[in-house]
Write a protein that binds this ligand. Structure first.
Ligand SMILES: Nc1ncnc2c1ncn2[C@@H]1O[C@H](COP(=O)(O)OP(=O)(O)OP(=O)(O)O)[C@@H](O)[C@H]1O
Length: 472
C-alpha cells in the first residue's frame, strides 16, 4: 500500500496509526505542510470485523482525486454538501489530472523529449470568510502527487521573497569607489530560484496590504508564470479589489491583469460561515473584563496549564532576526501576554511567526474596544490572529467587549486629524473620500469578519485538542 502513496498521504497514515484510530470510519488527521500543521478529514472506511479478510482501509490514495474525496465525506456526513464547493472542486479535480503530467522542471523526464510544456491556467478562488476556500484548496493540494508543490501563506511567502532579495543583494560584489552602480534587479533571479524549487504554488489568503509587496508583485509573478509555475490562491477579495486604495495603487493595478491572465477567477460564496456552525466548545476561553474576579480566574487557568510544563514561569526574550522581543510572562509552550505587549508595539508577522513557533497557547489579556482610532493596533491584532490560527496556536482571551463587538466601525472617525491630513496629501475632498476603504475602514471591517470567524473556531474543542504540543 505504501508504495502507491504520496508523502502527505503517508504522513496522514502514520498519524492514524499513532492515534490508534484506524477502526474509525472518518477522522481528522494532521499533516505538516511546509512546517504548517493543517487538519484534514481522512476517510477510513473499514469493515470492523477481525475475521473478514476483505478488511480494507480507504486512504487518500484510494480516491481518484479531491472531488471524489469530498463527495465521500459528504456521503458519510463529515461535511455538508455545498454546491459551490463542489463546483470549485470539479475545476480543481480537472487541474489535479492535468498536473499528473506537468512539470516546469528543466530536468524532468518529459522535458528531455518535448519542448517546454504549456502550463495550465491556475485558479484564484475568492469569497466570504469561512466558506471553505482553504479546505478545498488543501484537499486539492493533498491529492497532487508532485514533490514540486508548495502550500504557503501569502504573508510568509512574501517575507521569504524579501529575505531572498536581501540575501541576493548582499552577495553582490562591492562597487569600486567612483564607479556608477549598475541597476541590478534581483526580482527575476529570485523568481527563478523559486521556480527551480516548485511547479505548483498554493497560496492561502492572498491579500496585499503592504506597499513593499504591492510594488514587486507584478514582476515577481510575471517571472514565476514565465518559468511555468502554476498558481492556485484563496482570498477574501476579488482580484479587482486587491490592495484597494493602497498607496501608489496605480503602480499595482497592472499586476491584476497579469494575475487574471494566468489564473481563472472562481467565486466560492455560499454565504455560510462553517466556523460558526455549532461545534462543541473547548470550555471557557473567552473572558470579559466585566466578569467578577476575572484576572484571578485567568491567572488560575494559566497556572493550571503551566503545571504541565517542564519549566518555571518567567519572562522570555525571543530572538527575531537579530532583534530582541521580550515577553513578560511565559512558561514552556504557554505565553501570557497583554494586547499592549503584542499589538501596541511595532511588531509584525515575523514576530508573530516566532511566537507561533515557540508557543502552543497564548493568553491575550486586556483587548480593548478597537475603533478606527486604533487602526494600527487593530491591523496588528488581525495579523496576530491570522498567524496564530494558521499555526494552530490556542488562545485564551480577556477582552473589554464580547467577540462580535470588539471592533467598532465608528463613522465619526472620518473627521479625525490623521485622516484630514491624509486627505489633503491625496488632494481629496470629503465627498470623494467618503467611499474609499482607507477612510471608511472597509478594509479593517472586512478583515475583522475573518478574525471573528477564526476566533470562534479557535474556541472549539477540536481546535484546542489539535493544538496540543509536547511540553518542553
Ligand atoms: N462543507 C462543509 N461542511 C462542514 N464543514 C466545513 C465545510 N466547508 C468548510 N468547513 C469547515 O469550516 C471551517 C472554515 O473553512 P475554511 O478555513 O476552508 O474557510 P475559508 O473560506 O478559507 O475561510 P477564511 O476566508 O476565513 O480563510 C473549517 O474548519 C472547515 O473544515
Amino acid at each position: 500500500m505504501a508504495a502507491r502513496m504520496s508523502p502527505s498521504a503517508l504522513a496522514a497514515v502514520r498519524f492514524l496509526f499513532k492515534q490508534n484510530v484506524l477502526s474509525q470510519t472518518k477522522v481528522w488527521c494532521t499533516v505538516h505542510v511546509n512546517n504548517i500543521r493543517r487538519g484534514y478529514i481522512v476517510q477510513v472506511a473499514s469493515v470492523p470485523s477481525h475475521t473478514d479478510d476483505t478488511l480494507k482501509y480507504r486512504q487518500i490514495s484510494d480516491f481518484s482525486g479531491p472531488l471524489q474525496h469530498y463527495m465521500s465525506l459528504v456521503r458519510d456526513g463529515t461535511l455538508r454538501e455545498d454546491q459551490q464547493q463542489k463546483a470549485v472542486l470539479m475545476r480543481l479535480d480537472e487541474m489535479h489530472d492535468v498536473l499528473k503530467t506537468y512539470s516546469n522542471s528543466p530536468t524532468s523526464f518529459l522535458s528531455k523529449f518535448f519542448s517546454k510544456p504549456k502550463p495550465p491556467k491556475g485558479f484564484y478562488i475568492y469569497g466570504d470568510v469561512g466558506t471553505g476556500k482553504t479546505m478545498v484548496m488543501d484537499m486539492f493540494f493533498l491529492h497532487v502527487e508532485s514533490e514540486r508543490k508548495q502550500r504557503v501563506h501569502f504573508h510568509g511567502f512574501m517575507l521569504d521573497v524579501h529575505k531572498r532579495i536581501h540575501r541576493l543583494k548582499q552577495s553582490l560584489p562591492k562597487r569600486k569607489v567612483g564607479k556608477m552602480a549598475k541597476s541590478y534587479d534581483p526580482i527575476a533571479p529570485v523568481a527563478m530560484e523559486i521556480s527551480e524549487e516548485t511547479s505548483l504554488l498554493c497560496f492561502d489568503e492572498f491579500q496585499v496590504t503592504d506597499i513593499a509587496d504591492a510594488m514587486i508583485l507584478k514582476q515577481l509573478f510575471e517571472n514565476l508564470f514565465m518559468n511555468g509555475v502554476v498558481v492556485v490562491a484563496t482570498s477574501n477579495r476579488p482580484p479587482e479589489d486587491l490592495y484597494k486604495n493602497g498607496l501608489q495603487r496605480v503602480n499595482f493595478v497592472p499586476f491584476i491583469a497579469v494575475l487574471k491572465e494566468h489564473c481563472q477567477t472562481l467565486r466560492l460564496d455560499s454565504g455560510i460561515d462553517y466556523r460558526k456552525s455549532n461545534q462543541p466548545a473547548a470550555g471557557k476561553l473567552f473572558y470579559l473584563a466585566s466578569e467578577a474576579d476575572v484576572e484571578a480566574v485567568v491567572d488560575r487557568l494559566f497556572d493550571e496549564l503551566a503545571q504541565k510544563q517542564n519549566d518555571i514561569t518567567r519572562p522570555r526574550t525571543l530572538n527575531v532576526q537579530g532583534r530582541k522581543l521580550r515577553l513578560s510572562k511565559a512558561c514552556g509552550t504557554i505565553a501570557d501576554c497583554t494586547f499592549e505587549e503584542l499589538c501596541d508595539r511595532p511588531l509584525g508577522a515575523i514576530d508573530y511567526l516566532e511566537i507561533s513557533r515557540l508557543f502552543d497557547t497564548v493568553f491575550i489579556r486586556h483587548i480593548p474596544l478597537l475603533t478606527l482610532h486604533k487602526k494600527t493596533q487593530a491591523r496588528r491584532f488581525i495579523t496576530l490572529i491570522d498567524t496564530l490560527y494558521e499555526h494552530k496556536v490556542r488562545v485564551v482571551i480577556l477582552a473589554e467587549t464580547p467577540l462580535e463587538s470588539i471592533f467598532v466601525h465608528d463613522q465619526h472617525n472620518h473627521d479625525d486629524e490623521h485622516h484630514r491630513i491624509l486627505m489633503d496629501d491625496l488632494g481629496l475632498t470629503g465627498d470623494s473620500a467618503k467611499d474609499l476603504a482607507i477612510f471608511s475602514g472597509e478594509e479593517e471591517v472586512f478583515a475583522f469578519q475573518r478574525t471573528v470567524s477564526r476566533l470562534t473556531e479557535m474556541q472549539t474543542e477540536k481546535y484546542w485538542s489539535e493544538g496540543e504540543r509536547k511540553a518542553t
